[in-house]
Design a protein. Structure first.
Length: 76
């Protein structure tokens, strides 16, 4: 079974488009949507394990220039 998560992302002012473009290039990112409300972007990610989800978020999403904060919600 594949692990899936929704990642809500806050970006620095003026960086949303750049962050969206960077996320779309990441393996494991299934969709990236710009949204209104307290977050700027919601990304849906899928990997083989929950550990792989954590690795993707911490090493590939957190390091994108312009990402200020994330909240990751794992599906059950």
């Amino acid at each position: 079974m594949v692990a899936k998560a929704f990642v809500m992302i806050e970006t620095a002012v003026g960086k949303t488009k750049e962050v969206v473009a960077a996320l779309k290039r990441q393996e494991g990112v299934q969709s990236v949507n710009t949204v209104t409300g307290p977050y700027d972007i919601i990304a849906i990610i899928e990997r083989e394990t929950l550990s792989d989800i954590g690795d993707l978020v911490t090493s590939k999403i957190h390091t994108v220039n312009g990402v200020s904060r994330t909240v990751t919600c794992l599906t059950i």
